[in-house]
Design a protein around this ligand. Structure first.
Ligand code: NAD
Length: 340
């Protein structure tokens, strides 16, 4: 089978996970990853994948550090069919102008980029077909992916109206030591709405959603508190049975000891490499209906949830598979399956 050659620009939190996920697929391969500086991630990365220097002016730093490199980003581009840009927020757009456009390459961007960096904002369940054959695709952020998946699954099974959602956001990822929020809760932004609602509409334009968001001093996961208007009669059991059908949504129960994100992550440490949870984690007991309003609480593992979406985006852009086939393949390789 011919394999799509994938390069990853920015081997950080998302980049290393996307590289590992791509390397598990039989229809794509990692031809190289990049780092800007010769740190521990570069040292480890160079033992797993051909390593290239993202900023050509830093080559000497890698040589001095004794890290084996295969060249710079400029040497990597001709070896790839597609580049998955996993550089920090807004740097992807700069890389596009500087490198990808000239190289005539397809590229995937992450949720830290503005929507106009790409032709399509992507979520595999919601709009796989929109990315077919496209040159530039943006995989939406972790919070938007979590919201979009849940809303898509609900709206394909029930008639729904207005959606109100509050995001309780982890302040930074666990590895961060330069910034954070040690003791406080920060409305982010103070004025409504937060950007998440408009971002969901880049994938699902017809949903009526408004979101608010707060940063909390935790690093493990985000929490979403959702209130969704139901325009038809449904019971919590009906909602549960619809969620049970989707492998990328995992139902957990407080009765099993899932009392907080701390317990969810402890469970994930038993389940997966890097305790990655690619699924939305929905608390079964949180699913309640009051009048026309459905209430739900879900948790999102920000470091992992977008990883399967990047793999499916590659398949869609090269028309390697139809939606269901791609999602099934990605789920199997990443072991996304019903655990309970
Ligand atoms: P990160 O800081 O962990 O990794 C970014 C990597 O890019 C680092 O290795 C850095 O050295 C490298 N880099 C810096 N400048 C570069 C350049 N000019 N060219 C290439 N690489 C460069 O960041 P991250 O958390 O992996 O975020 C990457 C993207 O993914 C952002 O758009 C972010 O918004 C998005 N995202 C992050 C999360 C998350 O929670 N971490 C979740 C979903 C989406």
């Amino acid at each position: 089978m011919m394999k799509v050659k994938v390069a990853i620009n920015g081997y950080g939190t998302i980049g290393k996970r996307v590289a590992d996920a791509v390397s598990l697929q039989d229809d794509m391969e990692v031809v190289g990853v990049t780092k800007t500086r010769p740190d521990y991630e570069a040292k480890l990365g160079s033992k797993r994948y051909p390593l290239y220097v993202a900023k050509p002016e830093n080559v000497e730093l890698f040589e001095k550090a004794g890290i084996e490199i295969h060249g710079t980003i400029e040497d990597l581009l001709p070896k790839a069919d597609i580049i998955v840009d996993c550089s920090p927020n807004k740097v992807g757009a700069e890389n596009k102008a500087k490198y990808y456009e000239k190289a005539g390459l397809k590229a995937i961007f992450q949720g830290g980029e503005k929507k106009d960096v790409a032709e399509v904002s992507f979520n595999a369940l919601a709009n796989y077909d929109m990315a077919k054959g496209k040159r530039y695709v943006r995989v939406v952020s972790c919070n938007t992916t979590g919201l979009t998946r849940f809303i898509y699954q609900l709206k394909t099974n029930f008639k729904i109206g207005r959606i109100r959602a509050t995001m309780l956001r982890r302040v930074v990822d666990p590895k961060e030591d330069k910034k954070g929020l040690v003791n406080g809760i920060m409305p982010d932004p103070v004025a409504i709405p937060s950007h998440h609602g408009p971002d969901v509409k880049t994938v699902l334009p017809d949903v009526d959603i408004v979101t608010t968001a707060f940063k909390l001093p935790t690093t493990l996961m985000h929490i979403h508190s959702l209130c969704i208007e139901l325009k038809e009669n449904a019971s919590p059991e009906d909602v549960i049975s619809v969620l049970e059908q989707e492998p990328r949504i995992m139902l957990v129960s407080a009765g099993d000891g899932f009392t907080s994100t701390a317990k969810v992550i402890e469970f994930a440490r038993e389940l997966r490499l890097r305790y990655d949870l690619f699924e939305n984690i929905v608390w079964e007991e949180s699913i309640g209906i009051d009048g026309n309003d459905l209430f739900v609480t879900q948790a999102v593992h920000q470091e992992a949830i977008v990883v399967p979406e990047n793999v499916d985006a590659i398949r869609a852009m090269f028309k390697l598979a139809e939606k269901d086939e791609s999602i099934k393949k990605t789920n199997e390789t990443l072991r996304i399956q019903k655990v309970f």
